[in-house]
Design a protein around this ligand. Sequence first.
Ligand SMILES: *Cc1c(COP(=O)(O)O)cnc(C)c1O
Length: 225
Amino acid sequence: MQHITEQLLSLHERMEAAKKNSPIAQENVTIVAASKTQSTEHIIAAIDAGVTCFGENKVQEAAEKWPAIKAQYPKIELQLIGPLQTNKARQAVASFDTIATLDRLKLADILAQEMQQQEKRPACFIQVNTGEEPQKGGVLPQDADEFITYCRETAALPIVGLMCIPPANQPAAVHFAYLKKLADTHGLTRLSMGMSSDFEAAIRLGATEIRIGTALFGQRNIYLQ
Ligand SMILES: *Cc1c(COP(=O)(O)O)cnc(C)c1O
């Protein structure tokens, strides 16, 4: 699995280049390795290559793969980067260090309740549906201010930042710039934005976490995703 080491090296070079000449690029940008469909063997190869943070899309898939990996590598951070159904909130609070896809009131309330019961408080990002796409998760931009305030003040959740997945057929930079501005308005310091195809633009616009799948692991098996 030499290719993971090489891909990581090349990613780091491209990340450094993207930081140059951008006054708002962050010095510390974390790669969240999007490990959906990847085997435990590939995940461990990525850990050995130096990756410290992973993102899974499905609560169930994470529950199958990650307990064994966490037992061996307890310091690795695991993020939920896919949509969360309320009936999986309990398991998500138990299994993840970070939940990156908080996007609606009912979910905020249930997460708050679960965190209290489990005495465990995974950091949360609020996902914003910047492109207002019906098939995508995320709070709509016009509801974002109110929802962010609700999550922080009423639900008292540990909100650390914002996350978005821009529409595939549009320049992503507009969406990243919007998310950055919204985060600044609310004094939120972390921004999860950018994937294999657009992480350089995301870094230039202030991303603190980029979610990288194919540029690290190679093409996914489309029959498994
Ligand atoms: C799979 C996935 C990624 C990574 O996508 P690549 O294009 O393979 O880098 C990022 N974010 C989310 C939410 C994903 O599901």
